[in-house]
Write a protein that binds this ligand. Structure first.
Ligand SMILES: [Zn+2]
Length: 275
Protein backbone atom coordinates (compact mmCIF):
# COMPACT_ATOMS: atom_id res chain seq x y z
CA UNK A 1 0.00 0.00 0.00
CA UNK A 2 1.39 3.42 -0.86
CA UNK A 3 2.28 5.26 2.35
CA UNK A 4 3.10 8.92 2.88
CA UNK A 5 6.45 8.94 0.99
CA UNK A 6 4.99 7.15 -2.04
CA UNK A 7 1.94 9.42 -2.19
CA UNK A 8 4.17 12.48 -1.81
CA UNK A 9 6.30 11.25 -4.72
CA UNK A 10 3.18 10.80 -6.87
CA UNK A 11 2.02 14.29 -5.86
CA UNK A 12 5.29 15.86 -6.98
CA UNK A 13 5.27 13.97 -10.27
CA UNK A 14 1.69 14.96 -11.05
CA UNK A 15 2.46 18.61 -10.40
CA UNK A 16 5.41 18.41 -12.80
CA UNK A 17 3.43 16.64 -15.50
CA UNK A 18 -0.12 17.97 -15.51
CA UNK A 19 -0.46 21.09 -13.34
CA UNK A 20 -2.23 23.82 -15.30
CA UNK A 21 -4.09 21.39 -17.54
CA UNK A 22 -7.85 21.70 -17.97
CA UNK A 23 -10.08 18.60 -17.94
CA UNK A 24 -11.93 18.37 -21.27
CA UNK A 25 -13.57 14.93 -20.90
CA UNK A 26 -13.83 12.09 -18.37
CA UNK A 27 -14.40 8.38 -19.04
CA UNK A 28 -15.40 6.38 -15.96
CA UNK A 29 -15.07 2.70 -16.81
CA UNK A 30 -15.58 1.31 -13.31
CA UNK A 31 -18.12 3.52 -11.49
CA UNK A 32 -17.43 2.24 -7.94
CA UNK A 33 -14.08 4.06 -7.95
CA UNK A 34 -15.98 7.37 -7.99
CA UNK A 35 -17.91 8.26 -4.83
CA UNK A 36 -20.05 11.02 -6.39
CA UNK A 37 -22.85 10.21 -8.84
CA UNK A 38 -20.98 9.86 -12.15
CA UNK A 39 -22.92 12.60 -13.96
CA UNK A 40 -22.22 15.01 -11.11
CA UNK A 41 -18.53 14.03 -11.00
CA UNK A 42 -18.17 14.82 -14.71
CA UNK A 43 -20.22 18.01 -14.56
CA UNK A 44 -18.13 19.36 -11.68
CA UNK A 45 -14.72 18.63 -13.21
CA UNK A 46 -15.06 19.07 -16.97
CA UNK A 47 -13.86 22.54 -17.91
CA UNK A 48 -11.91 22.92 -14.65
CA UNK A 49 -8.21 23.75 -14.50
CA UNK A 50 -5.95 21.71 -12.23
CA UNK A 51 -4.35 24.40 -10.08
CA UNK A 52 -2.14 22.03 -8.11
CA UNK A 53 -2.02 18.64 -6.46
CA UNK A 54 -1.77 18.68 -2.66
CA UNK A 55 -1.71 15.92 -0.10
CA UNK A 56 -2.94 15.09 3.39
CA UNK A 57 -1.24 11.98 4.79
CA UNK A 58 -1.99 9.25 2.19
CA UNK A 59 -4.70 11.25 0.38
CA UNK A 60 -4.02 13.16 -2.84
CA UNK A 61 -5.91 16.47 -3.10
CA UNK A 62 -6.40 17.59 -6.71
CA UNK A 63 -7.26 21.29 -6.49
CA UNK A 64 -9.43 22.52 -9.36
CA UNK A 65 -10.26 26.17 -10.02
CA UNK A 66 -10.98 28.13 -6.90
CA UNK A 67 -13.17 25.88 -4.91
CA UNK A 68 -13.17 22.20 -5.88
CA UNK A 69 -11.03 19.37 -4.58
CA UNK A 70 -10.88 15.85 -5.95
CA UNK A 71 -9.80 13.68 -3.03
CA UNK A 72 -8.06 10.51 -4.22
CA UNK A 73 -7.03 7.59 -2.03
CA UNK A 74 -4.90 4.96 -3.78
CA UNK A 75 -5.60 2.32 -1.12
CA UNK A 76 -3.79 -0.94 -1.94
CA UNK A 77 -2.20 -0.26 -5.30
CA UNK A 78 -3.87 2.54 -7.20
CA UNK A 79 -1.64 4.61 -9.46
CA UNK A 80 -1.84 7.45 -11.95
CA UNK A 81 -0.45 7.29 -15.47
CA UNK A 82 -0.04 10.14 -17.96
CA UNK A 83 -0.11 8.96 -21.58
CA UNK A 84 -0.25 10.41 -25.09
CA UNK A 85 -2.64 7.77 -26.46
CA UNK A 86 -5.71 6.00 -25.12
CA UNK A 87 -4.36 2.68 -26.43
CA UNK A 88 -1.54 2.97 -23.89
CA UNK A 89 -3.98 2.20 -21.06
CA UNK A 90 -4.74 -1.43 -20.18
CA UNK A 91 -7.95 -2.94 -18.82
CA UNK A 92 -7.05 -2.00 -15.24
CA UNK A 93 -7.33 1.73 -15.98
CA UNK A 94 -10.75 2.66 -14.63
CA UNK A 95 -10.99 6.44 -14.90
CA UNK A 96 -9.49 8.48 -17.76
CA UNK A 97 -9.30 12.28 -17.78
CA UNK A 98 -8.67 13.96 -21.14
CA UNK A 99 -6.35 16.94 -20.72
CA UNK A 100 -6.44 20.20 -22.68
CA UNK A 101 -3.05 19.53 -24.32
CA UNK A 102 -4.31 16.22 -25.75
CA UNK A 103 -2.70 13.90 -23.22
CA UNK A 104 -4.63 11.62 -20.86
CA UNK A 105 -4.47 11.05 -17.11
CA UNK A 106 -5.49 7.50 -16.24
CA UNK A 107 -6.18 5.96 -12.87
CA UNK A 108 -5.05 2.33 -12.80
CA UNK A 109 -6.05 0.04 -9.95
CA UNK A 110 -5.91 -3.75 -10.36
CA UNK A 111 -7.72 -4.41 -7.08
CA UNK A 112 -10.20 -1.54 -7.50
CA UNK A 113 -10.04 -0.51 -3.83
CA UNK A 114 -9.10 3.12 -4.53
CA UNK A 115 -11.65 5.91 -4.34
CA UNK A 116 -12.01 9.46 -5.68
CA UNK A 117 -14.51 12.08 -4.62
CA UNK A 118 -15.10 15.72 -5.54
CA UNK A 119 -15.91 18.00 -2.59
CA UNK A 120 -15.93 21.78 -2.04
CA UNK A 121 -12.39 22.84 -1.21
CA UNK A 122 -13.56 24.23 2.12
CA UNK A 123 -14.64 20.71 3.10
CA UNK A 124 -11.56 18.77 2.01
CA UNK A 125 -10.04 18.43 5.47
CA UNK A 126 -13.31 17.61 7.23
CA UNK A 127 -14.30 14.82 4.84
CA UNK A 128 -14.74 11.32 6.25
CA UNK A 129 -11.39 9.60 6.54
CA UNK A 130 -9.38 12.83 6.51
CA UNK A 131 -11.09 14.49 9.49
CA UNK A 132 -9.73 11.98 12.02
CA UNK A 133 -6.14 11.97 10.79
CA UNK A 134 -3.49 12.91 13.32
CA UNK A 135 -0.64 15.31 12.63
CA UNK A 136 1.80 14.19 9.98
CA UNK A 137 5.58 13.91 10.12
CA UNK A 138 7.70 16.83 8.93
CA UNK A 139 4.95 19.38 9.65
CA UNK A 140 4.73 21.89 12.54
CA UNK A 141 1.67 20.07 13.91
CA UNK A 142 3.77 16.96 14.60
CA UNK A 143 5.62 17.66 17.83
CA UNK A 144 7.16 15.53 20.56
CA UNK A 145 4.31 16.61 22.86
CA UNK A 146 1.51 15.60 20.46
CA UNK A 147 3.16 12.21 19.92
CA UNK A 148 3.84 11.55 23.61
CA UNK A 149 0.38 12.73 24.73
CA UNK A 150 -1.34 10.71 22.02
CA UNK A 151 0.52 7.52 22.88
CA UNK A 152 -0.10 7.96 26.63
CA UNK A 153 -3.81 7.52 25.96
CA UNK A 154 -3.47 4.27 24.00
CA UNK A 155 -3.23 0.87 25.67
CA UNK A 156 -2.90 -1.15 22.48
CA UNK A 157 0.48 -2.22 21.15
CA UNK A 158 2.59 0.49 19.54
CA UNK A 159 2.49 -1.10 16.08
CA UNK A 160 -1.31 -1.07 15.94
CA UNK A 161 -1.50 2.48 17.31
CA UNK A 162 0.94 3.85 14.73
CA UNK A 163 -0.97 2.12 11.90
CA UNK A 164 -4.24 3.64 13.16
CA UNK A 165 -3.41 7.19 11.83
CA UNK A 166 -4.94 9.06 14.79
CA UNK A 167 -1.81 9.82 16.82
CA UNK A 168 0.39 10.34 13.77
CA UNK A 169 -0.69 9.94 10.14
CA UNK A 170 0.96 8.70 6.97
CA UNK A 171 2.73 5.57 8.20
CA UNK A 172 1.71 2.09 7.04
CA UNK A 173 3.21 -1.35 7.52
CA UNK A 174 6.57 -0.60 5.91
CA UNK A 175 7.44 2.58 7.77
CA UNK A 176 6.03 1.48 11.14
CA UNK A 177 8.39 -1.51 11.11
CA UNK A 178 11.25 0.76 10.08
CA UNK A 179 10.70 3.44 12.74
CA UNK A 180 10.26 0.87 15.53
CA UNK A 181 13.54 -0.80 14.51
CA UNK A 182 15.25 2.59 14.39
CA UNK A 183 13.91 3.56 17.84
CA UNK A 184 14.57 0.07 19.26
CA UNK A 185 10.98 -0.47 20.40
CA UNK A 186 9.26 -3.85 20.43
CA UNK A 187 6.21 -3.75 18.14
CA UNK A 188 4.09 -5.41 20.86
CA UNK A 189 5.00 -2.88 23.55
CA UNK A 190 1.85 -1.15 24.89
CA UNK A 191 1.86 2.40 23.49
CA UNK A 192 1.40 3.92 26.96
CA UNK A 193 4.39 2.02 28.32
CA UNK A 194 7.16 3.70 26.31
CA UNK A 195 9.98 5.33 28.25
CA UNK A 196 10.86 8.98 27.69
CA UNK A 197 14.02 7.87 25.90
CA UNK A 198 11.96 5.63 23.61
CA UNK A 199 9.46 8.41 22.90
CA UNK A 200 12.29 10.77 22.02
CA UNK A 201 13.88 8.19 19.74
CA UNK A 202 10.54 7.35 18.11
CA UNK A 203 9.67 10.99 17.49
CA UNK A 204 12.93 11.53 15.59
CA UNK A 205 12.85 8.15 13.85
CA UNK A 206 9.45 8.96 12.32
CA UNK A 207 10.63 12.28 10.87
CA UNK A 208 13.99 10.90 9.76
CA UNK A 209 12.58 7.78 8.10
CA UNK A 210 9.80 9.61 6.25
CA UNK A 211 12.25 12.27 5.08
CA UNK A 212 14.73 9.67 3.81
CA UNK A 213 11.97 7.72 2.08
CA UNK A 214 10.65 10.82 0.31
CA UNK A 215 14.21 11.65 -0.78
CA UNK A 216 14.49 8.13 -2.26
CA UNK A 217 11.18 8.47 -4.12
CA UNK A 218 9.39 5.97 -1.88
CA UNK A 219 9.66 2.20 -1.54
CA UNK A 220 8.94 -0.27 -4.33
CA UNK A 221 7.94 -3.60 -2.83
CA UNK A 222 5.52 -5.06 -5.30
CA UNK A 223 4.03 -2.80 -7.87
CA UNK A 224 4.53 0.78 -6.79
CA UNK A 225 5.74 3.16 -9.46
CA UNK A 226 5.26 6.90 -9.41
CA UNK A 227 3.23 8.77 -11.99
CA UNK A 228 6.21 9.00 -14.35
CA UNK A 229 6.73 5.23 -14.17
CA UNK A 230 9.79 5.41 -11.92
CA UNK A 231 10.35 2.96 -9.10
CA UNK A 232 11.13 4.28 -5.63
CA UNK A 233 14.51 3.29 -4.18
CA UNK A 234 13.95 3.24 -0.43
CA UNK A 235 13.68 -0.56 -0.45
CA UNK A 236 17.50 -0.50 -0.66
CA UNK A 237 17.59 1.20 2.72
CA UNK A 238 15.09 -0.99 4.58
CA UNK A 239 16.42 -2.41 7.85
CA UNK A 240 13.42 -4.30 9.23
CA UNK A 241 10.55 -4.56 6.75
CA UNK A 242 10.85 -7.78 4.70
CA UNK A 243 14.35 -8.33 6.14
CA UNK A 244 13.38 -11.49 8.07
CA UNK A 245 16.14 -14.10 7.93
CA UNK A 246 18.79 -11.43 7.38
CA UNK A 247 21.16 -10.13 10.07
CA UNK A 248 20.14 -6.99 11.96
CA UNK A 249 22.31 -4.13 10.67
CA UNK A 250 22.88 -2.96 14.23
CA UNK A 251 23.63 -6.15 16.15
CA UNK A 252 23.76 -9.06 13.70
CA UNK A 253 20.85 -10.98 15.27
CA UNK A 254 18.50 -12.51 12.69
CA UNK A 255 15.45 -10.30 11.97
CA UNK A 256 12.22 -12.17 12.74
CA UNK A 257 8.74 -11.95 11.29
CA UNK A 258 5.67 -12.24 13.55
CA UNK A 259 2.03 -11.17 13.39
CA UNK A 260 0.99 -8.13 15.40
CA UNK A 261 -2.63 -7.06 15.18
CA UNK A 262 -2.97 -9.33 12.16
CA UNK A 263 -0.18 -7.60 10.25
CA UNK A 264 3.13 -9.14 9.23
CA UNK A 265 5.72 -7.48 11.46
CA UNK A 266 9.50 -7.51 11.19
CA UNK A 267 11.79 -6.77 14.13
CA UNK A 268 15.10 -7.57 15.80
CA UNK A 269 14.48 -9.71 18.90
CA UNK A 270 17.75 -8.46 20.46
CA UNK A 271 17.54 -4.69 19.79
CA UNK A 272 13.77 -4.48 20.26
CA UNK A 273 13.03 -6.24 23.54
CA UNK A 274 9.81 -5.65 25.51
CA UNK A 275 10.33 -3.18 28.36
ZN1 LIG B 1 19.47 -5.91 16.37
Amino acid sequence: MPELPEVETVRRELNQMIKGQTITAIDVRYPKIVVNPIAQFKQLLIGQELVDVGRRAKYLLFHFGDDLTMISHLRMEGKYQVRDNLQDFDKHVHVIFTLSDGRYLGYRDVRKFGRMEVVPRTAELTTKGIAKLGPEPLTPAYTYETLADGLQRKKKNIKTVLLDQQVVSGLGNIYVDEVLWQAQINPEEPANNLTTAQLTALYSAINDTIQAAIAAGGTTIRSYVDAAGNQGQFQLQLRAYKQDGKPCQRCGTTIEKIKVGGRGTHFCPHCQKLN
